[in-house]
Design a protein around this ligand. Sequence first.
Ligand code: FES
Length: 171
Amino acid sequence: MADERLPARPAWETDFPIERVEAQHVSRREFAKYLVVVSGGMTLGSAVIAVKDDLLPRAALGTPIRLAGVDDIPVGGMMQFTVPGTSLPGILVRVDATTFTAFEQKCTHLSCAVYYVPNHQRIECPCHNGAFDVRSGAVIQGPAPRGLHRFPVEVRADGVFLSADPKTGAT
Ligand code: FES
């Protein structure tokens, strides 16, 4: 039976009748189903993000990978790279004439890309004003729970090499 408090139905509803009150009513059961589906999806998404790095293929680092020539990066300069064979982003920093450091280019807070800022002589995260030590990757300021993931590098006469790790063949 139609509700007499509602305005008259348009002509199209004669061909496709719906009960307006029912169409606008969401039962407690339907709402609970919606909540279960949404919260289940969010839980699954979070779990995938948490284990994503472990599921991605590791780089086959049987031999060191040449990242750059020693003179390709000036003192105080930085070079971005992607570890060959992976999607891991990295930064290579020339701290002084003979010292190079490399880190995964991912803030340990919420994964923003980090950059070396020569004026401050530290690696910084623009998202929440985080900062890391350029030699060790340790947290200097900001909300990051731990230091940057450091990649081992080796400086040779013919270049700077990624000598292992990603992630994590160590040495
Ligand atoms: S994502 Fe880097 S400090 Fe928040």
